[in-house]
Design a protein around this ligand. Sequence first.
Ligand code: FES
Ligand code: FES
Length: 178
Amino acid sequence: MTDLIVNDRPVRFDMDPQTPLLWALRDAANLTGTKYGCGVGDCGACMVLVDGAALRSCLVTVAEAEGRVVTTIEGLSRDRSHPVQQALVAEQAIQCGFCTPGIAIAAAALLARNANPTEDEIKQAIANLCRCGVYPRLIRAIQRAGRVARRAERISAAPAPGIDAEDAAAAVPAMRTD
Ligand code: FES
Ligand code: FES
């Protein structure tokens, strides 16, 4: 048994402690917003916050996450109101969206420690891969999110989903069979 806090809730995983946190979140907790891209730490699609730091969950075991506070994209905000989420939508910095949860997590961690990053600081902090190549829009979005975080600008671009975050995976399954 491994106990941790996921999106502000205590969670106990009854699985091999060497299981990557990515699979525990996706398969056991049904938090499928965290994506599997490469599985070897290259792409960043699997990023989650662990005690506030953006980590690649494919490289963290459940045992290593014991007692930690984990935040996935589902828990970043309950209504898509996080400045990064709002700015990604407002700047249309999303194409297929596969990389987006990991990038949003990495950007949130960056802005938490530096709400006014330069372009170079963003490039250095956001090493995530995007096969659609949204990088220029991403820079604009993260700088805009910084302005929102600093209360220098307001955006209301992200619509309220109308679905509680904890029910999202069940209410909007990735694949419907009916
Ligand atoms: Fe973890 Fe690519 S799936 S870095
Ligand atoms: Fe498609 Fe980044 S938007 S991989």
